[in-house]
Design a protein around this ligand. Sequence first.
Ligand SMILES: [Zn+2]
Length: 433
Amino acid sequence: MRRLLQHAPLIALAVAATLAAARPPQERVLVLEGVRIIDGTGRPPIERGTIIIKGDRIQDAGPADAVSVPHDAERIDVAGRTVIPGLIDLHFHIEDDPKLALRQLSHGVTSFRDPGQWNEKFVELRRIIAADDLPGPRIFTAGPHIDGEHPAYPADSVVARDPEEARREAEINVREGASALKIYFRLPFASAQAVIAVCNAHHIPCTAHLEILDARELIDAGLQGIEHITSFGTSIVSRRTAQAYRQAVLADNNARRFGRYNLFAGADLDGQEARALYDALKARRPWVDPTLAVFERRAGQPVEGATREQVPTMVEGFAKMKALTRRVALAGARIVMGGHSTVPYATRGEAPWRELELLVESGFTPLEAITAGTSAGAGFLYRADDLGAIRPSFRADLVVLRDNPERNIGAVRTVERVMVGGRWVDVSRYRTY
Ligand SMILES: [Zn+2]
C-alpha cells in the first residue's frame, strides 16, 4: 500500500497522459442548409430545412428558422436537394460478393442485415471496410439460419432435429454475434418456438421464412418478423390446399418455386383464412419484409426455369403478392424493405430501389415506402432509438438525392451523396464495385 502511495503522483501523470491521448480531436460540425427533409418517420417533408451534424450524430434538424447554426459550422452546399435517412436493407445476401454491399452503400444503403449466413462470409467485407477506413455500411448478422432436416440451403444453415438442438444452435449463433435469428421452413413448430424463446431471452428479433410453417401459429407464439410475402401462402388458402402444397415442398424443396405462384394465383384475399391472418397481424403487429423484387414476374417475359405456360400464373400470383403486401400493412403489419441482393428486374446493387418502387406499385405512398426503408427497418433491428430517422441525437446516416421522391419514388435513384456516422462516402468509387 505504501509503495503504491509513493508512486501516486507518477500514476496520476500517466492517467492524465492517457486521457489526453484518448480525447477525440475537436468534433467537426457540418450544416446542410436549404434542403427538403424527409425524416423517415412518415411525417410530411420539411421544405426548407437545416440539418446540423456534430461528430457521428445529428445534432439538430428542422425548418431553417427553427434551427440555429453554430458559427464554426462547415456549410455543405446542397440547396434544393432532398435528404432522407440512410436506407436499411433487411434482406441482403452477401454470398461471395462482399463488394456488392459497397455498391449498395453508394446507392444509399447505409445498413444491412444478412438473414442467414456464416460469419466467415463477412471477413472480406470487414477487411475492405477497415482498409478503406470506411464508416459503413453497418452490418447486422443472424448467423446461419436454423432449418430442419433436408435443409433448403445446406451451405447457409444449421440443421436442428428437435427443440433442444434448435435451442443450442440458436444460443451459439447469439454467442457468435447474431443480432437476430432466422427460422427456416423445414424447422418443426416446437423447434421454432425454442428459437423464439432464445431471441426473447436475448432481446433480439426472431424472423422466419415460413413457406410451410403456419404464420398465425408462429405469430401467436411471439415471432417478431416474417421474411418474404410468400411466407403467408399457406395462410390464405384452404387447409386442404395448404396441406397439398406443404407435402409437395416437404417431398421436394424446389416444388415451391412455381408452387408458391400457383398458391397465390388461387388465393382469396377476402376469404376466411386471409381474414383470420389479418386478425393475427392486427393483434401482434409483426414486421413483414415482403422482398417483392425477388418474386417480380412480368407478362410476356420469359422466366428462367419456368415453362411458357407457367408465366401467366406467375404474373397473376405476383400481382396477388403485391396486393397482399398492402393488405397485411392495413391490418397492422409493419412493412420493411429487403432488397434480396440479386433480383430479376434490377441491375447490380439496385434491388433496394426496385423494392421501394414495388411497394409504391402495391399501393403505398412514396413516403410510406421510404418509412419502410428507414425507420421501420430500424425498428426491426431493435435500433429505433438511434437509426433510420433524421432526428436530434440519431446517427448521422443520410442520403442526399438530386430529385424529390415525395411524388415519384424513382427519385431514390438520384443519389448524389451518402453519409454514414457523420462521414461522407466516396460514392463515385463504390459505384464501380
Ligand atoms: Zn433470402
